[in-house]
Every structure is written in structure tokens, then in C-alpha cells.
Design a protein around this ligand. Structure first.
Ligand SMILES: Nc1ncnc2c1ncn2[C@@H]1O[C@H](COP(=O)(O)OP(=O)(O)OP(=O)(O)O)[C@@H](O)[C@H]1O
Length: 244
């Protein structure tokens, strides 16, 4: 892998097998004993190859169900690939509605666990702990189990950890869609500071303005296929043309 390439994927794919269970009442099940529910294959990620350079800010767009979340989960190592190879040259962090957070643990415990997963030592986490909690505006809830948090509060905690502890590659799945307006403004501000400069970011978003503003290249997905990966304006144009 060349020095500047932080992520390289060759022919990766991911298929889910789901059962189309229409037999969900007792009556249906009894009358269909010999006619089990059918299994359906969903090719969430059709074979694709891509390379991302260090420091790039990449947009990921596409309609609901086109495979965006599955792709970031595969690239972040949450799901194993079915085929192909994935090479990552650094630490990764996936931020969406609380993925990676343990709901039975408190905000404090989650900060320490996420920090260690990101490779920080306890002392390093101690040093940024207050900043994380204050940025997330969760001081009052620091010792509350996050299962009692709203989804926006969980997202705020995840985003604050990302901002303060940071991984080499940040996957941000619809982070601007969660959190209240005030927090969204704060999240956007982070993007406008130098934070984004040293990081490699993959931003999943349905808001074209955000993608246009912050992403130097963009991937457009349709039905699990990577239709286009390149210039952001062109990707948005293709997406909008398909959805007219
Ligand atoms: N864990 C899973 N098990 C089975 N099928 C799944 C799973 N996760 C996703 N899928 C299926 O894979 C396809 C792609 O879903 P995915 O969530 O990646 O789309 P998306 O582009 O992120 O959608 P959205 O914009 O709504 O978030 C969909 O058909 C979905 O039903």
C-alpha cells in the first residue's frame, strides 16, 4: 500500500440472508409447517474496489437502503467482508447512533472504553475526559448508564469522543441528523475548524449541502453498487438526476 493510501478495498462484497417471514401468527405457522419461510438474499454491497488517501474527506450518498451504512460498517471492520480484501493503515472509529457504545455502562465508562479502543492510555484519557464530557454537554449524566440516554445524547457523546480522542479514519454516519439544533451547529463548527484537516473522514449524509461543503470526493451508491466515486459535484449531479 503506498504511503498516502490509508484505506484500500479490493472486490469487497457483503450479502445478507434474511427470511421473509410471513408466518408470524400461530395459525400461519401451523398451516405452513411444510412450507417454511423463504430466504431472501440482499446484496447490500456488490463487489467494489476503492482507495482513500490520508487526509481526504469523502462523502457517501445514495437513497435509503442503497447500502451506505453497510459499507461504512464493512470499512470500519464492524462487519467482516464476504469476499475481497480490505487494508487499513490506521485506527478507525465509526460514529452513528451509538454503535460501539455499551448501553449497560455509564457515559464515564464508555469514554474510557472507547478511548482505549482508539489506542489511548488511561492517563491520556484522564487528560481529555472533562473536555469530552463538557463538549457533549453531559456533565449531569456522566455516571448514568447510557441506556437511559436519548439517541441524540448518545450521538453527542460519540461525537465528542471522536473530536477529542479521534481515530485516523472517522466514519461519520448521519451525525448531523441527530442531536438537537444547537448541537448540530456545534458539530458543523468542528468541521469548520482545523479538526478535519489532519483526519480522514467518510461522511454519510442525505444533506447535499453538507457533502458539497466538506467533501473533496464523493461515493454515490445505488442498490448496493458503487455507481460513482470522484468529484463531489458530479456525484451529487448523478444522484439528483437518478431521483428526479
Ligand atoms: N443487519 C442486516 N441484516 C439484514 N439485512 C440488512 C442488515 N443491514 C442492512 N440490511 C439490508 O441491506 C440493504 C442496505 O441497507 P443499509 O442500511 O446499508 O442502507 P443505507 O443506504 O444505509 O440506508 P439509509 O439511508 O436508510 O440509512 C437494505 O436492503 C437492508 O435491508
Amino acid at each position: 500500500m503506498s504511503n498516502n493510501i490509508i484505506l484500500s478495498a479490493k472486490n469487497i462484497s457483503k450479502t445478507f440472508v434474511i427470511s421473509e417471514d410471513s408466518h408470524n401468527t400461530v395459525k400461519h405457522r401451523l398451516f405452513n409447517l411444510f412450507n417454511p419461510p423463504r430466504r431472501k438474499r440482499v446484496e447490500a454491497i456488490k463487489p467494489m474496489s476503492l482507495e482513500i488517501q490520508k487526509g481526504e474527506s469523502i462523502g457517501l450518498i445514495g437513497r435509503n437502503g442503497s447500502g451506505k451504512s453497510t459499507l461504512v460498517k464493512v470499512l470500519a471492520g464492524v462487519y467482516p467482508v464476504d469476499t475481497g480484501q480490505l487494508k487499513i493503515n490506521g485506527s478507525t472509529m465509526l460514529m452513528n447512533l451509538g454503535v460501539g457504545m455499551s448501553h449497560e455502562l455509564t457515559a464515564r465508562e464508555n469514554v474510557y472504553i472507547s478511548g482505549s479502543v482508539l489506542g489511548l492510555k488511561i492517563k491520556q484519557i484522564d487528560a481529555i475526559f472533562d473536555e469530552i464530557i463538557d463538549f457533549a454537554e453531559l456533565r449531569e449524566f456522566v455516571d448514568t448508564k447510557i441506556k437511559f440516554f436519548s439517541s441524540g445524547m448518545v450521538a453527542r457523546l460519540g461525537f465528542s469522543i471522536a473530536v477529542k480522542a479521534g481515530a485516523d479514519i472517522m466514519f461519520l454516519d448521519e451525525i448531523f441528523a441527530v442531536g438537537d439544533m444547537k448541537f448540530q451547529e456545534k458539530a458543523v463548527k468542528v468541521f469548520e475548524t482545523s479538526w478535519i484537516a489532519g483526519k480522514t473522514v467518510i461522511l454519510v449524509s442525505h444533506t447535499m449541502e453538507t457533502v458539497r461543503k466538506y467533501c473533496n470526493r464523493t461515493m454515490y451508491m445505488r442498490h448496493g453498487e458503487l455507481v460513482y466515486f470522484g468529484d463531489t459535484a458530479k456525484a451529487i449531479e448523478l444522484y439528483e438526476a437518478d431521483n428526479h
